[in-house]
Design a protein around this ligand. Sequence first.
Ligand code: 13P
Length: 258
Amino acid sequence: MKIKRIIVANWKMNPRTTQEARKNFLHVKKTAEKLTKVQTVITPPFIFLESFSKETSRRCALGAQDVFWKKEGSYTGEISPAQLYDLNVTHVILGHSERRRLGESDEIIRDKIKAALEYRLNVILCIGESERDTEGHYLAFLKNEIKKSLERIPKKQLARLIVAYEPIWAVGAKAKFADTPESLFETSIFIRKILSDTFSKKIAFQVPILYGGSVTEHNAENFLKNGGVDGLLVGRASLDFKEFSKILKIAQNVECAT
Ligand code: 13P
């Protein structure tokens, strides 16, 4: 378990205006700056990045929700890692289930991860099964996602990798429930085992693991305390700066079991 907790806000395609986005960001930043044991990362839509780029700090960092794998050129509609780096963006979410649903494959995700790591961005790689079965097939699915997305990535670049476990059935407004801390604990051990078998023990323990999927101010403490994870990836609850600030304070004060 790392000393610092990493709490990531994934705003997805929200809010509608720069004014609302700035208000949310500045409120969160005020709380985040005071927290010594938490690294906060805010990932707004691309269009707001520039407006926040001069306000970021180590405690309150800026992330993007996607990145292309080329540095520059004729790629209409895409954003490169170099362009993100230029805006003080330090993190990027890749492999999110909402992008996989739009057709992003493990191979595309791997190319994006490779490019992002080369540009010294911290990669938050999302993995997660769509259904939980009792025979453990979902574990084989997670293993395959990790192995394929990280294929041929140089070991030394994995120092900037973060893995976010987001079971798809727990993500978004249609989700009926979040994972439980007990089952998350088992899955986080499994993820570390895959990282250990694929790379090394050192990497398995150094890569932070986050949980995402219906995180709220009410369940955040239990996940952080008993889920065996280093932080959280928060969707809907990050759009309300009051609730998100509460989650940040919980992360600062939580005692972990391990
Ligand atoms: P919710 O917290 O809204 O379920 O979304 C989780 C998520 O997808 C974060 O990336």
